[in-house]
Ligand binder design. Structure first.
Ligand SMILES: Nc1ncnc2c1ncn2[C@@H]1O[C@H](COP(=O)(O)OP(=O)(O)OP(=O)(O)O)[C@@H](O)[C@H]1O
Ligand SMILES: [Mg+2]
Length: 252
């Protein structure tokens, strides 16, 4: 069974059909990429998948369950985490605290309990801290755990962002342009980290403009153009697809 199944998804903004009848599946254990020129509808697609806003029509199913009407935090607790096109580190917080915030969504301690610092909350807090440190280590950024997150280099902030998303213990990770703003070296690093995440058994769906990264790490690629899916294939075949070359690579 597919982990994620998108069926005839549409999003209309006034007169603009930003996503037009898009269907595809993401299988467990895959790294799948969505590519396409600026304005193709990639982020809009992610926003519908993660419950940020509703689709105009069509369905999104995750683990065999339709997500219609689910809010982003509900989708997140079902096991879908995401990162955003622009890095969002919480200001005035260390890298570790940024990751701990991601983890808190899962914690059972309610708001009142946290406020009054019930003893069992201390234990949970420690578990969250330990788990968050482990994630920073996994992403090779633990030496910066106590650094203010916003003062880190872009590539390091990306790693913190990935750790924060992993803190949800997702089975599916949505990444919107993980290499945006990164140099060649940092991009290769992020590629390596994404592969490592996949090797942990986490399925990855990413939007990305950096073609060398996409072709390097993806098992399959979906190409969007003006809201429509024009191709879905292996990276090798995508690079040789005449329509893709014409509408996408042709504009470079
Ligand atoms: N909230 C919105 N209201 C109106 N139009 C929108 C909204 N969000 C996106 N659009 C439009 O929908 C289209 C698709 O935008 P989207 O951000 O999904 O593209 P994208 O493929 O992510 O582009 P990029 O590669 O530049 O990030 C664009 O024409 C955009 O202007
Ligand atoms: Mg976008």
């Amino acid at each position: 069974m597919a982990l994620l199944e998108i069926n005839k998804l549409n999003k209309r903004f006034g007169g603009l059909l930003a996503v037009n009848d898009v269907s595809f599946q993401v299988d467990p254990g895959q790294i799948k990429a969505v590519i396409g020129p600026n304005g193709a509808g990639k982020t809009t697609l992610f926003n519908m998948i993660s419950g940020t806003f509703p689709a105009t029509s069509g369905t999104v199913s995750f683990k065999g369950r339709e997500l219609k009407g689910k809010k982003p935090f509900q989708v997140a607790t079902l096991g879908m985490a995401r990162t955003f096109q622009n890095i969002k580190m919480f200001s005035g917080m260390t890298a570790l605290e940024n990751v701990m915030v991601g983890r808190h969504v899962l914690s059972s301690a309610g708001f009142m309990a946290s406020m009054f610092r019930m003893p069992w909350v201390w234990k949970e807090e420690k578990d969250i801290r330990d788990k968050s440190m482990e994630l920073l280590a996994l992403l090779e950024i633990e030496e910066h755990a106590h650094t203010d997150a916003q003062s880190l280099a872009f590539g390091q902030q990306r790693a913190v962002e990935l750790a924060r998303a992993l803190a949800l213990e997702p089975s599916l990770l949505l990444l919107d342009e993980p290499a945006a703003g990164l140099n060649m070296y940092e991009t290769a690093e992020v590629g390596r980290l994404i592969t490592r995440i996949r090797d942990l058994g986490i399925t990855v769906l990413l939007v990305e403009h950096d073609m060398s990264l996409v072709m390097d790490i993806s098992d399959e690629v979906v190409v969007l153009c003006f809201g429509e899916k024009i191709a879905e294939d292996t990276p090798k075949n995508i690079q040789q697809n005449p329509e893709v070359i014409k509408v996408y690579l042709g504009e470079e």
